[in-house]
Write a protein that binds this ligand. Structure first.
Ligand code: GLN
Length: 236
């Protein structure tokens, strides 16, 4: 691993890996390598403290009980919070949004204190949101629709310091009736989109990668077949 290697933290894949969101780290690594950068995934399991020195972090979704283990671990070892404090990019998927908020209520009604990186709170909704979600991005620099597969019962309400990632055009999103999807607060992004989200939304992947490299943006990769496939899928 050279000094210029992009170090991608995959946080707690052993507990927050239920929905295959570890693929987001693989996408970041691949898009970095395709541009000539060395890149490595550093898995941070429940048996190890969270380092604060990595270049970018990803956390996946999980069911309520796993979510609680992850919350406790992140509170005990605040490396992720320290990294976010110095502006390291972080991607939080689904349950990870809830864990990074002030608190979330599980489907059995128990309230659990979160990590406090996002000014959001989450409560269970009557109906589980399952299916395709499509959105229009609100994050400056993103122009392409963001899409993914959502599967959650929690509905997340944004406070004044948290901005939405996108406006929903199909599906449920954050699930509290405001038509919004995801969260942006400083360098920390959250979305309910599985897929993995970065495999389905290369522009979002490059947004995170650029920040991990200390750049404002990256030139797009020339992948005409992938672009064509994405256009066809969006039409469908
Ligand atoms: N347990 C959470 C919920 O149902 C998160 C689910 C997920 O990460 N897909 O809201």
């Amino acid at each position: 691993m050279s000094e210029s290697t992009v170090r991608i933290g995959l946080v707690l894949p052993d507990v927050m890996g239920t929905y295959g969101d570890g693929g987001n780290a693989v996408v970041l690594r691949q898009r970095a390598r395709m541009r000539g950068y060395d890149a490595e995934i550093i898995e941070i399991p429940l048996t190890e403290p969270v380092p604060n020195s990595l270049d970018v972090y990803t956390l996946g979704g999980a069911e309520d009980s796993a979510q609680r283990l992850a919350t406790r671990h992140l509170q005990r070892y605040p490396g992720l919070q320290e990294a976010a404090g110095r502006g390291a990019p972080v991607l939080a998927i689904c349950a990870a949004i809830q864990v990074l908020g002030h608190w979330y209520e599980t489907s059995s009604g128990e309230r659990v204190d979160g990590v406090g990186l996002f000014d959001v709170t989450t409560s269970p909704q009557d109906k589980r949101a399952i299916g395709e979600v499509a959105t229009h991005p609100l994050l400056p620099g993103l122009t392409q629709p963001l899409t993914g597969f959502e599967n959650h019962r929690g509905g997340t309400k944004l406070g004044g310091d948290a901005k939405p990632l996108a406006r929903v055009t199909k599906g449920v999103g954050n699930g509290v009736g405001d038509g919004l999807e995801g969260v942006v607060q400083g360098s920390v992004l959250g979305t309910y989109m599985h897929g993995p989200a970065l495999a389905r939304n290369p522009e979002l992947a490059d947004h995170l990668l650029a920040r991990a490299l200390g750049l404002n943006s990256l030139p797009p990769l020339d992948l005409p077949e992938v672009d064509q496939l994405r256009r066809e899928r969006l039409r469908a």
